[in-house]
Ligand binder design. Structure first.
Ligand code: F0G
Length: 459
């Protein structure tokens, strides 16, 4: 056995990336109002903004795209897609959508509404926004360890089962149309959920007659963590672990832009016939006919192949190792990160790294700006810019639980030397961290403000 775990692929097609000078980057970030979403991609050297839709597709996926059947109804591409999704996820009804949030929008339009509550370990921002948009409430019940970046626990994405039970009793099961588990828990450090937790959550939900769904975006990474960390799974195939995960639940939403290894796509999969019929009707209204749901036939084919490739063990071994490698290097320098490293990203604890910047001056967003200025790295804040709220009475910031900066690694895109470069840049910032200043918001939209808000350095 060798020590080095290598990329489980070789490179057939390359895309140049552009170096810029520090002066240029200072100008670029200023023009983008210190918001990474407003930077042009061509000005970014290493793009760790997201692992969503940014995967490199395999030669098999590109070949499958050429077989795409673009018929409006009943395309072969749909049946290839449906058969893979049914096989892995095991649900009766498979409804393609153009991406994950479209599946969320349709699902919550059917079951949400005023007076309803949807419980999760941690809702992702689009999930929360889609729930709240219907007038329903979104509640997060992750285990206490999941909110402490430095706490070591193998499954920090688990839902707090006792709180789940209590919350159901308090709110009343008739007001809770659904419980959802986000695997891995993106807003909580990309941490996995254990099989036992899924199984027990299902037990609780079943007793109260509430369906349990999974937000399946990173299901393969979660399944691999179960193999690595949960007793009894070391010798099981990740494929079988994934199937077992879904066997306990009633449906899922999926963004194929993550563990579908595709650049676009998603689906809603479920067993409930009545919900499926309502979902298909809405789908036709907003996405497209039931056999393409806003996607081209070729996209469905790329997803069908991607869902198989993402469960290959050599790929997952490399994938999880590359994130861990990144995390170990930063930890060795002293940079506080969400521990242990998750499945798709490293999350720097900006509150711990920049204690001199108050949360009202968004330490995470300030670090995001520094990453770009220092080395052309694009990251995203997952803290009070993304999840902070304004107090209705005082107008003051109600900060998020944590101030994190996510460095998400696109799948099969960057190599070890790209990671080493990022570590060096972060070390440079670490060494001059006391001189970093906070930011203030000068313009923001009513919801999902992180995408378009404008910032300015605090004087
Ligand atoms: N659920 C989770 C856990 C996600 O991480 C995302 C997207 C979605 C749902 C929505 O899927 O983008 O296809 O509509 N996360 C991306 C990210 C955007 O950067 O983490 P989508």
């Amino acid at each position: 056995m060798t020590k080095t775990i290598i990329e489980s692929f070789k490179i057939k097609s390359v895309e140049p990336i552009k170096m810029t000078s520090r002066n240029q980057r200072e100008e670029i970030i200023k023009t983008a109002h210190y918001n990474p979403f407003l930077i042009r991609a061509e000005d970014v050297l290493i793009d760790l903004l997201t692992d969503s839709g940014t995967s490199a597709m395999s030669s098999e996926q590109w070949a499958a795209m050429m077989r795409g059947d673009e018929s409006y109804a009943g395309a072969q591409s749909f049946f290839r897609f449906e058969s893979v999704v049914k096989e892995i996820f095991g649900f009766k009804h498979i409804i393609p959508t153009h991406q994950g949030r479209a599946a969320e929008k349709i699902l919550f339009s059917i079951i949400g509404g005023k007076g309803k509550t949807i419980i999760s370990n941690t809702h992702f921002d689009t999930t929360r926004a889609n729930i709240e948009f219907t007038g329903a409430e979104a509640v997060d019940l992750v285990v206490p360890e999941g909110k402490i970046p430095s706490a070591i626990h193998p499954f920090k994405g688990n839902i707090d089962l006792q709180k789940l039970e209590e919350t159901i009793k308090r709110i009343g099961p008739e007001n809770i149309p659904l419980v959802m588990l986000t695997v891995t828990n993106n807003s909580g450090g990309g941490q996995p959920v254990s099989m036992a937790n899924i199984h027990k959550a299902k037990g609780i939900c079943e007793r109260h007659n509430i369906p349990l769904f999974i937000d399946a975006c990173r299901f393969a990474e979660n399944a691999y963590f179960i193999k690595l960390r949960e007793e009894g799974y070391a010798n099981k195939k990740v494929y079988d672990i994934a199937r077992e995960m879904f066997s306990y639940v009633d449906g899922c939403t999926m963004s194929a832009k993550k563990d579908g290894l595709a650049n676009i796509g998603g689906f809603l999969a479920l067993n409930n016939e009545e919900w499926a019929t309502a979902a298909r009707n809405l789908l036709i209204l907003t996405e497209g006919f039931a056999t393409y749901g806003g996607l081209a036939g070729r996209d469905l084919d790329a997803i069908a192949v991607g869902l198989r490739e993402v469960l290959e063990e050599d790929y997952l071994k490399y994938r999880i190792r590359s994130i861990t490698y990144f995390g170990e290097k930063l930890t060795a320098i002293g940079v506080p990160i969400f521990q242990p490293p998750g499945g798709h990203a490293i999350y720097i604890d900006a509150k711990a790294m920049l204690p001199h910047i108050p949360v009202e001056q968004y330490p995470g967003q300030a670090l995001v700006a520094e990453l770009f200025i220092e080395g052309g790295i694009r990251a995203v804040e997952i803290g009070s810019v993304m999840f902070g709220k304004k107090d209705q009475q005082t107008g003051e910031l109600v900060p998020a639980q944590m101030e994190l900066v996510r460095l998400a690694l696109p799948r099969r895109v960057y190599t070890q030397s790209h990671v080493d470069y990022c570590v060096e840049i972060i070390e440079n910032i670490w060494n001059r961290r006391n001189s970093i200043r906070g930011l203030k918001i000068i313009k923001e939209p009513p919801f999902l403000r992180h995408f378009t808000a404008h910032f300015e350095p605090v004087k």
